[in-house]
Design a binder for this molecule. Sequence first.
Ligand code: GLN
Length: 268
Amino acid sequence: MCRHIGYLGPQVGLDELLLHPAHSLVEQTWAPNDMRAGGAVNVDGFGVGWYGRDSTVPKRYRAEGPMWADGNFAELAGCLRSGAVVGAVRSATGSSPAGRAACAPFGSGPWLFSHNGSVPGWPDSLADLADKLDPAELVTLDAPVDSALVWALLLHRLDGGQPPADAVRDTLAEVVAASPRARMNLLLSDGHTLIATTWAHSLAVCRTAEAVLLASEPFELPAAALGGTSSGGHGSPEWHPVPEGSLVVADRVSTSCTPLFENSPESR
Ligand code: GLN
């Protein structure tokens, strides 16, 4: 099941964040530790979105095929730096097509979005929810994949002015109500905040004095996240597993982790 990461902190090279660390996102393409719902590798494409210093609209690089096999990305990553990044490597679920357009992060305006999970019965299970969207919101879907429809449902709420954390929670709730065995680890950013959920998949969080990182699987911290020193020394910040059924909201100053629901619906 796909792996994703979110980073907010000092400017970091995309290669330092995604390619070089021990158990980096690129390593998680061929050697993930905690896939849970099947799939052994994450080689059905990948994507990275990053925010420039002066832009509220992120750039994205997405490609079909494994991240490790994309020499163009490796070269570009060595030239690109950002203080806000969302990355994802994909293990396609069900009959979802391959292809660049099916890869997270999905985006619109200031938003980047990734879904680690699956929606059983899709598209039928979400047909009633999709019917509530304007046809224009559906034709802009990147690809016929469950994650893109989850993104359309979430974007509908964001565009309607709902606060982002509420929109994430409510989107998860409506999808799980329609497809009770859905796996819904969501990750949303606007470059200032990371909002994430745990719903049947792993997620870990690490806060340093300089940065906050969220990741499906912990990896070695880049030096930029540690104020320029190398990781691994005495007192290195630690990754903490996020409990199942949580909503994480993190910015450059603070992190909150709360239960998504007071009484978690029986989802699985
Ligand atoms: N269901 C999504 C897809 O098919 C996400 C995959 C995943 O998390 N493994 O791309």
